[in-house]
Design a protein around this ligand. Structure first.
Ligand code: SF4
Length: 309
């Protein structure tokens, strides 16, 4: 289905995130809705606030914040702004296919770069490589961490659970290229799907591959089925892996799996992480030196990025 882009003007851009377990205090989203269409996405409910449904419309009705860079510039210029950390893509992927057309994420990256905002960027798309020039410059002058989601090297499973995101090999390549360009890259090793991506072999193979590609951190998480996505994921399992359906019904009596199950998975991940020497990584505290100026690189002729669409 063709995406339906709706261009909007936002009044504010940054939103407060109050969670002491997260390393950022603010979230930023150039788009509402997400074409990557992951059935497990629990941000789906946010589309209902806008009067749309959380299923097909979340995947295809994409709101584009055309004035995001302008509004962000005002927010970061306020005297009250304390230069706290921001998560770019806290709700919806900033490098979803719409970005290829609108380039809102690139515009706002330049604003964050100018203000040296400590920044986390999360994505499942290798479209991020289009901005490698900007990101590698930002990595020299401010605190920057790019987090790429990758839970399996099995392309069929990848396509099943994240149908319109980049393939596993494209994401691995993005981790490698960004790391080689001096950007700190972490891996969101989530959500691990029970009985699909949770075997010791798969965990071992994936962690080794991301370590070899240069990932500095790895944050695991087992699939949760909140009400906004439970029906969609169970439908998918029934259709694509019917032999697992009754096991999922048993495991997901609640939104989270039983602690015995998740505890076992986290112990395996921890052992494998240690085996491959991936320590818990913390961004170094970099003092903001006002005299250092950030030079926005000239936009090069973009490299051809195959989104696999
Ligand atoms: S990429 Fe992220 S925001 Fe987009 S559908 Fe998937 S989980 Fe949701």
């Amino acid at each position: 289905m063709q995406p339906n882009y709706q261009q909007i003007e936002c009044k504010s851009f940054l939103h407060r995130i109050s969670n002491k377990f997260l390393p950022f205090n603010w979230g930023a989203n150039p788009y509402r809705g997400c074409e990557h269409s992951c059935p497990y996405c629990f941000a789906r409910y946010t589309h209902e606030y806008l009067g749309y449904n959380k299923d097909a419309e979340f995947n295809n009705k994409i709101l584009v914040k055309m004035n995001a860079a302008e509004v962000l510039e005002k927010e970061l210029s306020r005297k009250t702004w304390k230069n706290e950390s921001v998560d770019l893509g806290s709700v919806c992927d900033p490098y979803q296919p719409a970005e290829k057309k609108f380039e809102i994420t690139r515009q706002i990256l330049k604003v964050f770069a100018k203000h040296r905002t400590p920044l986390f960027v999360g994505t499942k798309s290798n479209l991020i490589l289009r901005d490698i020039d900007l990101l590698s410059e930002m990595a020299k002058t401010s605190n920057l961490m790019v987090n790429i989601t990758l839970t399996t090297l099995d392309e069929n499973i990848c396509k099943m659970i994240e149908p319109r995101a980049s393939s596993a090999s494209e994401r691995l390549d993005a981790i490698r290229q960004l790391s080689d360009a001096g950007v700190n890259v972490g891996v969101l090793f989530m959500p691990l799907f029970p009985y699909l991506t949770d075997s010791v072999g798969s965990i071992n193979q994936t962690i080794k591959a991301v370590r070899d590609a240069g990932a500095k951190d790895l944050i695991p998480g087992v699939l949760e089925l909140r009400s906004s996505c439970k029906e969609g994921v169970l439908f998918l399992i029934k259709k694509e892996s019917p032999r697992l359906y009754s096991r999922y019904l048993t495991l997901y009596k609640k939104a989270s799996v039983p602690k015995e199950y998740s505890g076992r998975i986290y112990r395996i991940v921890e052992l494998v992480r240690k085996k491959y020497n991936i320590e818990r990584f913390e961004l170094p505290k970099r003092p903001i030196e006002k005299q250092m100026s950030f030079k926005i690189p000239e936009k090069k002729k973009p490299k051809r990025v195959d989104l696999g669409l």
